[in-house]
Design a protein around this ligand. Structure first.
Ligand code: PHE
Length: 455
């Protein structure tokens, strides 16, 4: 008797554990994995960085994810509502509001990059990269991204695709879409990794990724690893609170969280194997940010046997990864509007769409005509990135673990982790998780916040 009728009539929910897992992995696996991770690994000492990153995933990422799950599933409400229900008469609901604001900021610039992916998928289908000259490709990308109409059109298409899935609901939209697309995404990226690693001269790329070089490890490395772990696992933005509220009471949240973290990390490493060996095989130095994906890789595809086809697969993968992540962010905002303003799902999607679309247009224009509009010395695009990823996610994460560990407390945490005592979890594991939630994760987050302010 595991059907949705057990849930309160109005609340949508995921139908199966596999559905939750692919939706969670869909949110986690995104643009952050496909180009930020491989680059950070190479710059920060290869395997040394991967080990530090894994340490943070276990010590800070997993506790925050579990805390969000606990809050969402117990609260059975969206970002703000869950806190409010669990701590009525307090101001804790603000943490949820911060999460919603964080998602609005991220999706605004994310959708612009998603739009670029859409355009580049189109270009690759038209075999537009056959020219291949890096200078040409650089000019092509910068004149495209700094122009007015085409990037806005692409941003609109990307946001409309996102909204199209979210409007269909949790079970019929997000879950169904992720169930098909996530396995496809993994297959594509594994295929590209195999092609890339079998290119002659791919060895140095693998070395760049996997040779531990502890001499490159500095305090910056730790900051980069923790920041990346948070962004990549979509933490601190109340995404997991929202998805957690759709998870059934009998789902095992410890294994769901660990499987999500494993899938996300595995994907990031495979993405590294897909990108870096090819970059090195063609004697190019790996550049940071948009250039790697929109300039360097198209150049490589133009040189590589079967490159035209690989390019199409690569941009399909990039678009899918970006879509499943933006869907999760839009769901946070939409669920908030449905519950706080008593809107219908459709109306909530339309209102969120318009609001985010306008902010996205500003981000897009800040690459061109509005590049002189600067706040705190940053363009609108960079400012949104900074406020959300470097600030709101970390503050959100800190408040979330404090709320779960100290305000809800031991009894509630243990009750949720064991599904009300029906699911046996060894006592040492429960105690370790509580310790991580109460002490280790807050300490790591405070340390990074202090470093950030000092910079
Ligand atoms: N985890 C996503 C990525 O790696 C980004 C994201 C952040 C998604 C916050 C949802 C919420 O690209």
């Amino acid at each position: 008797m595991k059907n949705a009728s057990h849930q309160p009539a109005k609340r949508d929910s995921f139908a199966s554990s596999f559905g939750v897992l692919v939706a969670m992995a869909g949110s986690a696996v995104g643009l952050g994995n496909l180009w930020r991770f491989p680059y950070l690994v190479g710059e920060n000492g290869g395997a040394a960085f991967i080990l530090i990153y894994l340490g943070f995933v276990i010590l800070a990422g997993l506790p925050v994810m579990l805390a969000e799950f606990i809050i969402g599933r117990r609260g059975q409400a969206s970002a703000r509502g869950a806190f409010q229900k669990l701590a009525p008469g307090t101001h804790w609901g603000i943490v949820g509001v911060l999460g919603v604001i964080c998602c609005v900021f991220i999706i605004s610039f994310y959708s612009v990059v998603g739009g670029w992916c859409t355009e580049y998928l189109f270009k690759s289908v038209c075999f537009d990269f056959t020219e291949g000259d890096p200078e040409n490709l650089k000019t092509l990308f910068s004149s495209f991204s700094s122009s007015v109409w085409l990037p806005i059109l692409c941003h609109t298409i990307f946001l409309a695709l996102t909204a199209g899935v979210v409007v269909a609901g949790v079970q019929n939209g997000i879950e169904k879409f992720s169930k098909v697309m996530m396995p496809l995404l993994f297959l594509i990226i594994i295929g590209i990794a195999i092609r890339s690693m079998t290119l002659p001269g791919s060895g140095p790329g693998l070395k760049f990724l996997f040779q531990p070089d502890w001499s490159k490890v500095t305090s910056q490395t730790f900051l980069a690893a923790l920041g990346q772990a948070f962004f990549s696992l979509s933490l601190g933005s109340c995404m997991v609170v929202t998805y957690g509220s759709y998870v059934k009471k009998d789902a095992n949240i410890i294994s769901l969280s660990s499987q999500t973290a494993v899938a996300d990390t595995l994907f990031a490493i495979i993405a590294g194997c897909a990108i870096m060996p090819a970059v090195f095989a063609f004697g190019i130095s790996p550049g940071e940010g948009p250039d790697l994906v929109f300039v360097t890789l198209p150049h490589i595809f133009s040189q590589m046997p079967l490159g035209g086809v690989i390019a199409i697969f690569f941009f399909v993968a990039l678009l899918l990864a970006a879509l499943t992540s933006s869907i999760s962010m839009l769901e946070v905002v939409v669920a908030f509007c449905i519950e706080e303003f008593k809107m219908k799902r459709k109306a909530a999607v339309v209102v969120s769409f318009v609001f985010i679309w306008i902010l996205g247009c500003l981000c897009s224009l800040s690459m061109g005509p509005l590049s002189n509009w600067k706040i705190l010395g940053k363009t609108i695009f960079d400012l949104f990135d900074f406020i959300s990823a470097d600030f709101l996610m970390l503050i959100g994460g800190l408040l979330i673990v404090i709320f779960a560990g100290w305000k809800l407390g031991k009894a509630v945490v243990f009750d949720e982790l064991t599904n009300g005592g029906t699911h046996p979890v060894p006592a040492w594991l429960l105690k370790t998780i509580l310790f991580l939630i109460r002490f280790v994760a807050p300490a790591a987050l405070l340390a990074i916040a202090i470093f950030q302010i000092h910079e």
